[in-house]
Write a protein that binds this ligand. Structure first.
Ligand SMILES: [Zn+2]
Length: 323
């Protein structure tokens, strides 16, 4: 079958997973580019943003916390809130080393808090998202630094020194095409910073877990091999990829949630008195596996969203220098 990511025709079906929204999807793996993936469903994104049980909800909670700090002009609190999340920490620590004149584009900005942080410390940052309801949220909380994909296409202005994708690249239909399009918007020697789902996390979770990630299709649809980025982009970019690792107990809990179907659990917890009993059961499981971990029976495993990628456009690349 054809690989949605690299276009080769050797992709192998690994199995299928049932997710919320009554989706039952096939999971495939490509031996050529190493990606593990599900089909893309265009119609779901607006629905996900508007659905209380979707994985976008934690984003909204974080956005509200950041929004409070933003109204008080409290950059330190915004930073503290965001930097507790490893994928934001990676991007923030890289961007804080850059000069304030850098123009930043955040692709897939959701409710806009990361872009808001960069603007609050003096950068010129724009957040873009396919979801018009996410952009409306972002504007209402953080000002006019946001646009939908359609608006952005119309108003494309000066090029960007930095393009940021946090929690985005695993959710799009054509990750390679998107990055190629974005590289057209980069200034000479511009940088793309992103995190990506690590396919090695899935491998470490065992053969029965075709999709062990805490986010399921149709939200998350691609996990990448660590070598994918240099394989696909090293002609045009200097590519640096880091894979981070997390304690095994985190992955075990993630695996169990996947096995039990996290979305059904979330609905149960939200709607019944099972919350406390479930919490106690989870705590017992976590403690048991933490004990195993500390007895060194289990080793650390790749963090599921912990592929950190920095792609710097090669200066000899034969494109017009816009800046
Ligand atoms: Zn492929």
């Amino acid at each position: 079958m054809e690989c949605r990511i690299c276009g080769e025709r050797n992709a192998i079906k690994l199995g299928s997973v049932s997710t919320y929204c009554d989706y039952n999807v096939e999971i495939l793996q490509c031996p050529d580019c190493g990606s593990r993936f599900a089909p893309y469903k265009e119609e779901v994104y607006e629905f996900l943003h508007a659905t209380a049980n979707s994985t976008y909800e934690p984003h909204k909670a974080l956005a509200r916390a950041v929004s409070d700090a933003f109204r008080n002009g409290d950059c330190d609190s915004i930073r503290r809130l965001l930097i507790g999340v490893p994928k934001y920490r990676y991007v923030i620590e890289n961007i804080e080393k850059m000069p304030l004149q850098c123009k930043i584009l955040e692709v897939g900005c959701s409710s806009g808090y990361l872009t808001a942080y960069f603007n609050s410390i003096g950068f010129n940052a724009t957040g873009m998202d396919v979801s018009s309801s996410a952009i409306a949220d972002a504007r209402s909380q953080f000002g006019e630094h946001y646009c939908t994909l359609d608006e952005w296409k119309v108003f494309s202005g000066p090029k960007y020194e930095v393009v940021v994708l946090v929690g985005t690249i695993g959710c799009v239909e054509d990750p390679v095409g998107l990055l190629n399009d974005l590289s057209e918007q980069l200034s000479e020697s511009g940088v793309i910073l992103m995190n990506a789902p690590n396919r090695n996390f899935a491998d470490r979770m065992g053969v029965n877990h075709v999709w062990p990630f805490t986010t399921s299709p149709p939200d998350l649809i691609t996990a990448f091999a660590p070598e994918f980025w240099s394989m696909m982009f090293s002609d045009d970019f200097d590519v640096e990829t880091q894979a981070s690792f997390s304690p095994a107990r985190n992955a075990v809990v993630a695996g169990l949630l996947e096995k039990w179907n996290i979305y059904r659990i979330r609905k149960l917890v939200n709607s019944s008195k099972l919350r406390w009993r479930l919490f106690k059961a989870m705590r017992l499981v976590v403690t048991a596996f933490a004990a195993l971990k500390y007895s060194k029976v289990m080793t650390d495993i790749p963090a599921e969203y912990g592929l950190y990628v920095k792609m710097t456009r090669k200066s000899e690349h034969g494109r017009e220098n816009y800046v």
